[in-house]
Design a protein around this ligand. Structure first.
Ligand SMILES: NC(=O)c1ccc[n+]([C@@H]2O[C@H](COP(=O)([O-])OP(=O)(O)OC[C@H]3O[C@@H](n4cnc5c(N)ncnc54)[C@H](O)[C@@H]3O)[C@@H](O)[C@H]2O)c1
Length: 250
């Protein structure tokens, strides 16, 4: 119940799906949670749910693809709670589905900005705080789409592969400074993102790709994030944690 006691955690994309489930779980484990999102409605709703359950949280509106807003997000957390122990770079967008010759350059730039550059920006601005306070934990949401070929996913898969290798190099650069850096590679998780991608199409074909025989739930990923945020993963750094119902094991 108190695996994150006295810890301050920023979770981006905290207004929906995996981010919201993680915010709720971290708050139950007694972290002070900074819910960051560029959509105020979802972020405020997450904060409300945490407070109703007796937890501690605040909302920060930030577009994580914008350098000044990421800097301000970290500064606000430090001003309010005094430190940042955990940064979970989770916000992301799926982008359009198109083969490369038809993939628009403006879509490429936007997806790379939100799904990859934002992770670098989060690291860039939180690491100095973590160095000052003597350590910390950085987690990012990559994807199985960053590990195997996903035709039609264009910039999304390229960005997620980038997140996996950014995780490795950040972990190596700061391993001796007590900063651990890991990422999670989810399979298909039942969130609003997947609802947008799949629309009304039946989920059976996707479920067949996940040998465990069901879609993942946001809580499956939140549980992995909790492990990575807590001291239980003290010897883990630089690693992509695959939570995919067996998808990439095929
Ligand atoms: N759902 C899946 O199957 C799946 C699989 C692999 C990886 N992921 C990754 O998990 C993460 C969370 O996705 P989800 O499925 O919960 O999706 P979601 O759409 O339910 O939630 C994403 C959240 O991120 C926020 N967001 C998007 N762009 C932002 C920006 N520029 N600045 C701040 N906030 C922003 C959205 O407002 C939303 O609240 C994403 O990085 C996604 O790529 C999801």
């Amino acid at each position: 119940m108190d695996r994150l006691k006295n810890k301050v955690a920023i979770i981006t994309g905290g207004g929906s799906g995996i981010g919201r489930a993680t915010c709720l779980l971290f708050a139950r484990e007694v972290a002070k949670v900074v819910v960051a999102d560029y959509v105020a409605e979802g972020g405020n709703e997450t904060v409300q749910q945490i407070k109703t359950a007796g937890g501690e949280a605040m909302f920060v509106q930030a577009d994580v693809s914008k350098s000044a807003e990421v800097r301000e997000m970290i500064a606000t957390a430090v001003k309010t709670y005094g430190r940042v122990d955990i940064l979970y770079n989770n916000a992301g967008i799926e982008g359009p589905s198109a083969k490369l010759a038809n993939y628009k350059e403006e879509d490429w730039d936007r997806v790379i900005a939100i799904d990859l550059t934002a992770v670098y920006l989060g690291m860039k601005y939180v690491i100095p705080e973590m160095l000052k306070q003597g350590g910390g934990v950085i987690i990012s949401t990559a994807s199985v789409a960053g590990m195997v070929g996903f035709p039609g996913s264009g910039a999304y898969a390229a960005a997620k592969a980038g997140v996996i290798n950014l995780t490795r190099l950040a972990a190596l650069e700061y391993a001796d400074k007590n900063i651990r850096v890991n990422c999670i590679c989810p399979g298909v998780i039942s969130t609003p993102m997947v609802d947008r991608v799949m629309g009304n199409r039946p989920r059976d074909n996707v479920v067949r790709l996940e040998p465990i025989g069901r879609l993942g739930q946001p809580e499956d990923i939140a549980n992995a994030a909790l492990f990575l945020a807590s001291e239980e993963s003290a010897f883990a750094t630089g690693a992509p944690f695959i939570i995919d119902g067996g998808y990439v094991a095929r």
